[in-house]
Design a protein around this ligand. Sequence first.
Ligand SMILES: [Ca+2]
Length: 363
Amino acid sequence: MQPTYVVIFKFLSIPLLFLLAMTSALHAQSTVKAPVRVIFDTDMDSDVDDVAALCQLHALADLGEAEILGVVTSGRNEWSGPCCAAINTFYGRPEIPIGLVSSPRAILQKSLYAEELAKEFPHKFDASKAPKAVDLYRKILASQPDGSVVIITVGDLTNLAGLLDSKPDAASPLDGRALVAAKVKEYFCMGSRYPAETDPGTNRWGNFRTDPESVREVVAGWPTMITFTGGGKFADSMAIGGKITQLDPKVWPVSRGFQLYFERSKSGPTRHSADLITVLVAVRGFEPYFKIVDKGHNEIDEIGRNAWKDEPDAPNQRYTSELVDPSRAREIAAIFEAQATANPKLRPVATPAPAPAGAPASP
Ligand SMILES: [Ca+2]
């Protein structure tokens, strides 16, 4: 007996089959999402999730889901810029512009990996020719369609405060706030804990305590949607590192970064995924994993502690710091690791050929 679908197809004429095929192709085309146009703003210094998050963003670019318009660094560590350049080069995108923070508010933090990644992996970054982060933001935003750009910060908010405060220049006749209002679709911010961060200490940790003045200015003055994503237990529940550290650290910057971080901080074998959560939500949205709180506003105190207040409601502020189903945390961590370890599409890493039978095992 013939399968049912064969019987059905026998009754369909060739032109009708062609029409059906064309209709489904057109439908597929109309449902393909345009890549999310991203500017990635990172403190590529103190913590190592930035390394994995930038690799993840390249993987999403390889899938056609994101386009990386530029990368800017928010801290004063001199190796952060070249480290980003090394990662961009690894993924076959050495042309991505990299801007460096210039504000006197920017702080200097040590890095356990940035210098090594910058020295061990090829790139042609020249800090003396790199644009200032705010200038690069302005240039990129001015060149993009209205309402099209997504900003992701996984570091300090120093550059964004500078952007809001920037004056008209050769790139655009608009001041910073008007330029952001015109060009930025949404802003995704990795920062702090939710519903509140209550550390009584004065250490300058995380992304809000490092430059609180800038955080207060950005949160108060940002003219489009801001989505905050939390750290702490939320990001710990999706910790990564197991698969990343299995890759050859001589070949893969992400593996080398995690190796150095774990060795030198005497930690591991996993690390929280705070910055990767922000990237995933910015590019793919909240569904199906992330719970959103969209009523209220984020209140930031003088030292950068925050508290989510239900009243009054800021229509342009929301956060996620909880999973719809917390039992799926490991599933999401596996997605992060798969993305951070995906073979670059533009510059694939050769997998070693299997040794011929009978050959001596390599040392
Ligand atoms: Ca970070």
